[in-house]
Design a protein. Structure first.
Length: 208
């Protein structure tokens, strides 16, 4: 077992997740693709594969216990985060990956083909212009600057009882008062990402 395998397996164990050997192999193949394409496409500021496992894969998987949605939109997905790791973990859930950067979505299409992920779709658009033939019961993002921006940008794509999954660093206390009145933070979870000291939080936001 090499360093990346050990780091991933230990992190999954710490998170308390059940991940099959084949799923772990897919996650590591995704890291290899990310590392390879990053040189030309500048997908992430993180260059070291072990740090990619920690700060991208394990960070994405840390929200898995709270992921009740079955038809999920990942807004500003970038290199496919958290959408691709979650799609690997949850093959029965559908994930739409949305990003306006064509280089990044070209990588996502390549990753989809290489990893044979049948439960993701890739879209090159800004969220304001994105049209879907159905609403999503979950919209997740690591990309929005504020909770208000996430709500206003995604509201039209969210089903009536759907949830926004906002991945944040430090708990965004000052942003709560800026939420539109018809939305409320229903749950807040402190995330513990193995080998990451910085604060991580997941906020579940629904209609009031």
């Amino acid at each position: 077992m090499d360093v990346l395998e050990k780091t991933l397996a230990a992190g999954i164990d710490t998170l308390g997740l059940t991940v099959t050997d084949s799923q772990q192999a897919l996650l590591l193949r995704y890291v290899a693709l990310l590392h390879k394409w990053n040189k030309a496409y500048n997908l992430t500021a993180i260059r070291d594969p072990e740090q990619m496992v920690i700060r991208h894969i394990l960070d994405s998987l840390s929200i898995a216990p709270y992921m009740a949605a079955t038809h999920c939109l990942d807004v500003g997905t970038g290199a496919g985060l958290p959408g691709i790791p979650l799609a690997i973990l949850f093959p029965d859930k559908q994930f739409s990956l949305l990003d306006s950067n064509g280089k990044k979505t070209r990588f996502l299409i390549e990753a989809q083909m290489q990893l044979k992920l049948t439960n993701i779709s890739v879209h090159t658009e800004r969220v304001e212009q994105f049209k879907s033939d159905r609403l999503f019961d979950g919209i997740v993002s690591r990309a929005f600057a504020s909770l208000k921006d996430m709500v206003t940008g995604c509201e039209a794509l969210l089903s009536s009882d759907g949830k926004l999954y906002a991945m944040k660093g430090i708990f965004p206390e000052a942003e709560l008062s800026q939420l539109p009145k018809h939305f409320i933070v229903e749950h807040s979870h402190t995330l513990s990402v193995p080998s990451v000291e910085e604060a991580r939080h997941l906020l579940l936001i629904g209609r009031h």
